[in-house]
Design a protein around this ligand. Structure first.
Ligand SMILES: *Cc1c(COP(=O)(O)O)cnc(C)c1O
Length: 224
């Protein structure tokens, strides 16, 4: 299959998932995860009209941003506090998951006099090896960032569900993230973005309200 066919396939499945739950497909954006793609594949994806792409390693993310300046680059990986100085010009940082990092990003944004847009990474499954804030912490954390980090803009939530054979298993995870979003909206925050769903589970994520699905292998590798 060519990348065009894989893209069409993904597009159709997202459209069908939207139809099942009465959502507008225009409200779902595909973020192409390019961590395992070469530059030729990135260029091919760009030529299909994919405008949002993400990397999970800061060095490669910076290189890609220079090589493909017309793309909106997102940073989706674990971020060390000593790397925040490289975080300029990303459309969105998906991985704000601890207070020290919020402080570091806020200081950096203040220095640049440019706000940094972030998502708060949550981990409803509570798995220890995974990054992200647990259920009870996440809401308090968003309140604290809003109150004490004036140079950060929290745009929403990001979640990475555990890998499972049957994506139905992780539906409750996505549902919980959606509920947290509703709670935050009731608290008065403008947090429209829900970054959730990957190759294995994006249709379930879309059914549960994802606005940004992060897709790597289904787009760039043939065996999926
Ligand atoms: C690699 C990666 C993805 C994409 O995973 P696929 O299963 O290949 O679609 C999404 N989000 C993050 C944070 C990743 O590191």
């Amino acid at each position: 299959m060519e990348i065009y066919d894989r893209w069409t396939h993904i597009h159709n499945r997202i459209r069908q998932a939207c139809i099942r739950v009465d959502r507008n497909p225009d409200d779902v954006t595909v973020l192409a995860v390019t961590k395992n793609a070469d530059d030729a594949a990135v260029a091919a994806a760009r030529d299909l009209g994919i405008l949002h792409m993400g990397e999970n390693r800061i060095q490669q993310a910076r290189r890609r941003r220079q090589a493909f300046p017309d793309i909106h680059w997102h940073f989706i990986g674990t971020l060390q506090t000593n790397k925040v100085k490289y975080c300029r010009d990303f459309a969105l940082i998906h991985s704000l998951d601890r207070w020290r990092l919020a402080e570091a990003l806020n200081r950096q944004a203040e220095r640049w006099k440019t706000p940094i847009a972030v998502l708060v990474q949550v981990n409803p499954g509570g798995e220890e090896q995974k990054h992200g804030l647990a259920t009870d912490e996440a809401r308090r954390f968003v309140h604290q960032v809003a109150a004490e980090c004036p140079h950060l803009t929290v745009r929403g939530l990001m979640s990475m569900a555990p890998f499972v054979e049957d994506p139905e298993t992780v539906r409750p995870v996505f549902r919980w993230v959606k509920q947290l979003q509703s709670q935050l909206q009731a608290d008065g925050f403008e947090v429209p973005v829900l970054s959730m769903g990957m190759t294995n589970d994006y249709e379930v994520a879309v059914e549960e309200g994802a606005t940004l699905v992060r897709i790597g292998s289904a787009l760039f590798r043939e065996e999926v």
